[in-house]
Structures are given as structure tokens and as C-alpha cells.
Design a protein around this ligand. Structure first.
Ligand code: SAM
Length: 229
């Protein structure tokens, strides 16, 4: 599906969110901060067309994008300057082609929802992180009841209309609204992260909870608070 929508993916994101997704991604990258040492490695899972990867690279991270859609990564490569050192790796989050404890930061933006086995994807993120390394997940979440009605109306009317007018694959955008509805809420994802083995899990709501940023650390024995079992 992502191969089919790749060429218009960024345009549709800008139209559907009024550009707000760019601000959310900048928030994610601000939380990642600058790398603690030269050559620190960041892995952007489900990295698609590389928005987050380019922002991380600009902050000094040595970035790999991992995504199963060559169509999305081809668009990303074409949008990335020739001198970029981003590496593009074909693979799924549930079975990462990276060694244990080999990266300092794992990010995933609007990608966890699309994995078929979220628990496996979270466990894999823990595995590839070095102890003390950070995981950051930006994803749609459950909005505050005050904005819920307006948000549901927008999803049911404006998004299908934008998809009809601008996308060659409106079914993909029906999938989008369905997948958001069945994704765990803020607390549900927090508990999944703890169960997968992350410590010090924190949640930040964006735009009244329309999206949320979850962060967690691969535990360092004796230093980070232990995850619950
Ligand atoms: C909604 S796009 C997000 C792209 C980008 N991260 C962003 O924020 O714009 C979802 C991405 O997840 C990828 N994807 C789907 N299934 C996946 C999986 N099992 N593991 C990793 N990525 C996956 C898709 O190919 C697609 O590029």
C-alpha cells in the first residue's frame, strides 16, 4: 500500500494536517537532542520518505532509515541532498536487520500503527538499543473528549474528501482512519512499552492528544528504574 501512495504521501500529509505533522516531527527530534558523541547512531523505523531522518542528520546523528517499502524510500532518497550520509535499509520493525545494542537512538513516527506485531517491534527496538539509549515514538493517539467530536467529524468528512481529490488511492486513507481508531490510547501504549522492556516511559500529548510522543530508555542495570513485568 505504501509503495502505491509513496509519490503523493508527503503532499497528503501536508494537506490533511495543515503542515502540523512537520511541527510534531520537529518536537520528536528536539527530544532526541544532539548526539552525546560523534558517530552516535540513530535508527528511524518505518522512516518512509525520510522527514525525521533528515532532521536527525541535521542535528549531527548518523542515521539509518529502516522501512519495508522501497517506493517510500526511493521518494525519500530523491528528496535527500546528494551529500547526505543517511543509509536506507529495507526491513520490518518486527525483525530488524541490526545487531544487538548497536544504536544510541531509535525513533518511529506514524509507523508503529502499521506494524503487524507491535509488541515484537517494541522488543526489537529494545534489543538494538545500547543500554541507556532512547526510544521515541510519535503516533496518533486518543484526543481529549473536548475535541473528540470535531476530530471525528474531520476524519469522517475532510480526510476522505482530500483523499478523493488528491490521492490516487482513497482506500489507503480509509485504512488510515480505521487504523487510528483501533490503536492503543496513551496509557495503553505506555504499558506496552513497559512490558516490552523500556524503563522511564513518559508520554507527551500533542494537540489535545490527537498525537502523542512516547519516550523510553533501554534500562541500564542499577541506574534506570526497572520496567514492570
Ligand atoms: C504513515 S508512514 C510513516 C512514514 C514516516 N515515518 C513519517 O512519519 O512520515 C508508515 C510507514 O511504515 C512503514 N511500514 C509498514 N509496515 C511496517 C513494518 N512492519 N515495519 C516497519 N515499517 C513499516 C510503511 O512502509 C511506511 O513507510
Amino acid at each position: 500500500m505504501f509503495d502505491r501512495i509513496a509519490r503523493r504521501y508527503d503532499l497528503m500529509n501536508d494537506l490533511m494536517s495543515g503542515g502540523v505533522h512537520r511541527w510534531w516531527k520537529r518536537r520528536l527530534v528536539a527530544l532526541a537532542g544532539t548526539p552525546a558523541h560523534p558517530g552516535a547512531k540513530a535508527l528511524d523505523l518505518a522512516g518512509g520518505t525520510g522527514d525525521v531522518a533528515r532532521l536527525l542528520e541535521a542535528r549531527g546523528w548518523d542515521v539509518s532509515v529502516c522501512d519495508p517499502s522501497d517506493g517510500m524510500m526511493d521518494v525519500g532518497r530523491a528528496r535527500t541532498r546528494a551529500t547526505s550520509r543517511i543509509t536506507w535499509v529495507s526491513g520490518v520493525a518486527e525483525e530488524l536487520p541490526f545487531p544487538d545494542a548497536s544504536v544510541d537512538l531509535v525513533t518511529i513516527s506514524f509507523g508503529l500503527r502499521n506494524t503487524t506485531d507491535r509488541e515484537a517491534a517494541l522488543r526489537e527496538a529494545v534489543r538494538v538499543l545500547r543500554p541507556g539509549g532512547r526510544f521515541l515514538c510519535l503516533e496518533f493517539s486518543t484526543p481529549h473528549p473536548l475535541v473528540r467530536g470535531l476530530y471525528d467529524l474531520y476524519s469522517a468528512t475532510v480526510i476522505p474528501e482530500l483523499a478523493r481529490l488528491f490521492s490516487r488511492d482513497p482506500e489507503a486513507y480509509r485504512y488510515l482512519t480505521r487504523s487510528i481508531r483501533v490503536f492503543p490510547d496513551q496509557e495503553g501504549l505506555r504499558l506496552m512499552m513497559l512490558k516490552a522492556g523500556f524503563a522511564e516511559v513518559q508520554v507527551r500529548n500533542l494537540f489535545f492528544g490527537i498525537a502523542a510522543l512516547h519516550s523510553g530508555l533501554r534500562p541500564v542495570p542499577g541506574l534506570t528504574k526497572d520496567p514492570v513485568s
